[in-house]
Design a protein around this ligand. Structure first.
Ligand code: SF4
Length: 459
């Protein structure tokens, strides 16, 4: 049984989109690495990239073209210098040439990236075709990849490319595919959900490394919140959306206890979510959680845990992230975390569900209450459409993360106030989300052809 690791779900990367930026960058780099491994690199004179379906529709607004250029130059979403990206891209455009894996220069003119708005490749709405040509124009290699959400990339047969292969081949002690599996494992072995995930991860990497790397994810989320709370101005892309987090942060710091307002904690949670998603929209350093568009919810709820729940500590932060990853893996295996496939219920809905279950876990919930919290987190996001104005991950995305964060906290509280028994199981709500996504018109699946995207003028 395939194990989806916490490091598959949470990847440190670059904004604004996991499926339209992180995935294409990883695919582009993989394409050139394959050329190098096949000893074809020296013969390449030109590269052509075609983006299909949702990537064709909204790839420009999501920075897919930029991601592809940097990926071809060998950059990785985790390590690319985000502040240097605009200068690098200008240099490529000016020279009409880029350096494959940072070495050999090849032609890359204005026609090198083609956005196919009306055509789709068969496996998924986010298809890409890369071609390498020699000096005479003959095709040396052609490969198809799909960016299937959350930065995951698969090849033309649907097999993972660049996934956490150690995790996918290891023998893990507590394999699970469904919420029911998780509950049975927890019951049989007397384990919490986070411990099930922790033991599985320990089969893949040493415990000390595991703890260090999960805490690195938490720190990367906190750093993103901090940067988002400091930066002001207008977000890129032409929609003229003003960053709000810095001003809200100043106001809250002036009255940190919210002495006159019992609901001030909601303002803080809103702030943390806005801060992350503004950083994401600006192309900053962001952790997929499980996607970039929904990247604010888990950090905001994690910050709520660290700042507002008594006795919170790093061990709890680790258990929070492991629980969230276990829940995210259920959606990845049984439905989708791609807005292009199932709408925003697959992004903000999934993040809300993950955060709700994770918070219930670190607030002392039983496995049944954790499962219940995750279920509530999705049940009230069913049918949520993806209709980003101008194809940018800004409106409604930024504010939607604040709404999803507060909803996740409420879902955890509702579940913790019960005994874990409930009518709709997490598995049933995941199946419902998947079916609802299949029935949803493609206008509402990251194509910017419906909803707010057509009712609001982009200026
Ligand atoms: S509307 Fe939701 S799914 Fe669509 S781009 Fe925004 S956050 Fe992602």
């Amino acid at each position: 049984m395939e194990h989806i690791s916490v490091f598959d779900i949470f990847k440190i990367g670059i904004g604004p989109s996991s499926s339209h930026t992180v995935g294409p960058m990883r695919a582009a780099r993989r394409f050139v690495e394959r050329l190098r491994d096949d000893r074809q690199l020296e013969r390449v004179a030109r590269v052509k990239v075609e983006l299909f379906g949702s990537l064709g529709f909204t790839g420009k607004g999501h920075g897919s073209d930029v991601a592809v250029m940097l990926g071809l130059e060998g950059e990785d979403p985790k390590t690319v210098d985000v502040d240097a990206v605009p200068t690098r891209v200008q240099a490529i455009i000016r020279a009409q040439s880029l350096k494959l894996l940072g070495g050999q220069a090849v032609a890359f003119g204005s026609d090198a990236i083609v956005f196919h708005r009306r055509e789709k490749l068969p496996l998924h709405p986010n298809g890409m075709r890369f071609s390498a040509l020699d000096a005479a124009g003959a095709v040396l290699a052609e490969r198809v990849y799909y960016s299937v959400g959350g930065g995951f990339v698969v090849n033309h047969e649907g097999h993972p490319e660049g996934a956490n292969t150690a995790a996918s081949t290891a023998t893990i002690p507590y394999p699970f595919s469904t919420g029911e599996d998780l509950l049975v494992l927890a019951e049989q072995h007397g384990l919490s959900i986070s411990t099930v995930m922790f033991e599985n991860e320990k089969a893949v990497r040493p415990e000390a490394e595991l703890r260090r790397d999960v805490i690195e994810i938490a720190r990367a989320m906190e750093a993103c919140v901090k940067r988002g709370c400091e930066r002001e101005g207008i977000l890129p892309g032409g929609l003229k959306v003003k960053r709000r987090a810095a001003a809200l942060h100043r106001r809250l710091r002036a009255d940190p206890r919210g002495s006159t307002d019992p609901l001030a904690v909601i303002d803080w949670v809103n702030l943390w979510a806005l801060a992350v998603n503004e950083e994401n929209a600006a192309g900053g350093r962001v952790v997929t959680a499980p996607t970039n568009g929904a990247a604010g919810i888990i950090p905001a709820v994690l910050m709520y845990y660290l700042r507002h729940v008594p006795n919170a500590d790093d061990d709890g932060a680790m258990r929070f992230l492991l629980t969230a990853a276990a829940i995210g893996a259920l959606y990845k295996k049984n439905a989708s975390i791609s807005g292009a496939e199932v709408g925003c219920q697959g992004e903000v809905g999934v993040a809300c569900s993950m955060a709700a279950g994770a918070l219930a876990e670190v607030m002392g919930g039983t496995p049944e209450q954790v499962e219940n919290a995750a279920e509530i987190g999705m049940e009230h996001n069913l049918g949520l459409t993806c209709d980003p104005i101008g194809g940018l991950v800004q409106v409604p995305c930024i504010e939607r993360n604040a709404m999803g964060s507060v909803k996740a906290i409420n879902a955890a509280r509702l579940a913790l106030s019960g005994d874990g028994k409930h009518k709709v199981s997490l598995d049933k709500v995941i199946a419902t989300m998947w079916q609802t996504g299949a029935d949803m018109s493609s206008k509402y699946k990251e194509t910017a052809r419906g909803g707010l995207a057509v009712n609001i003028i982009e200026c």
